[in-house]
Write a protein that binds this ligand. Sequence first.
Ligand SMILES: [Fe+2]
Length: 422
Amino acid sequence: MKPYLPQVDPNPNIRKDELVKNREDYKFNHDYLAPIPVIDKVPHQELFSAEYTAKRLASMANLAPNMLAAKARNFLDPLDELEEYEELLTLLPKPAVMNNYKTDSCFAEQRLSGANPLAIRRIDSLPEKLGITNAHFQKSVGTESSLEAALKEVKLYLLDYPTLFDIKGGTSQNVRKYLPKPQALFYWQSNGLANGGSLRPVAIKLNNDAGTDGLIYTPDDPYLDWLLAKTCVQIADGNHQELGSHFAYTHAVMAPFCIATARQLAANHPIALLLKPHFRFMLFDNDLGRTHFLQPGGPVDEFMAGSLEESLTFVVKTYQEWSVDKFVFPTLMKSQNMDVPEVLPHFPFRDDGMLIWDAMHKFVTDYLQLYYKTPQDLSEDYELQNWARELVAQDGGRVKGMPERIETIDQLIQIITVVVFT
Ligand SMILES: [Fe+2]
């Protein structure tokens, strides 16, 4: 398929007819997961291929027998030791983190190279009502430094989850579920060598929603108290990651781009061709998530801490925080105060992410410059301008931070790079 901008396509009517049909096949629905726009009905061409279905099923083949073995194991000898949970993975591979998850260094490292690296940020001042004092700090870190000095030396990091506050907790099999509302303070301890050091937990406030009355724990507390405090952080982090960073910030925010691209850019439009592999199977996967995972009695209802309604409210809240300009990767790192390698030498998510971002940005730039050589190439591309307008529209993609008209190539490069990167 030879790529053409619509204004220079020798067969403009063919693409016009194709788009008329696509607009019938790809419709926005704003009610299923209101106010998040999703696909109304997944078109046939978006379904998983036979090959992908086979691979996906094969990857899950051990789940059911493993579950059966775990249930039998628990029936014969009910779990009472923490270590016994490790025996629940008989057929599935044991994750490496199982060996050291109880250590403080592993707990801190998960903030920097774990599943949810966007929850932590560097702070220049202590939040009001934090309640963690210099006494806590010196108990954890030692008396050579102080809380105030650590702040001045830009070495303090805060982990908190304010968007989880409204979740009171649902029930599972008639048992009440709980969601802790922790806040955790961390300290970057350099070891004197250039770029050497590690992140250390200073203290955890267990119930941040209780203000200054929150219970505070440090590594100096009895081993089990401290381990439970860390577990509360992991529970909050798991809920935040699964529904927020994962579902809202990838699945939910990308669907509008896929739908608008199918509706407004002909298949031989250079941008449609560029984005096609990145959208592969997404609409169907999202639809499976909506119809299987987010239903009453489904995995979100059962495994997440909140009631289904609370979890869905959290998804919407997180989705509404996303915008295409905020999620430009270097901008995002900066907004979390996590962007300077000299201040935080060890942050794999940032450093690996920047390598990928830069490579994609260069590729997208080179590619788009082949087709858009002058400002007219942009302004005369009526498909692209319709695409932008529909992405912003309330009856369309509702994408925040998106311009209604693409005026410059740099603007376009940035938007397309965010989509490819996400
Ligand atoms: Fe996913």
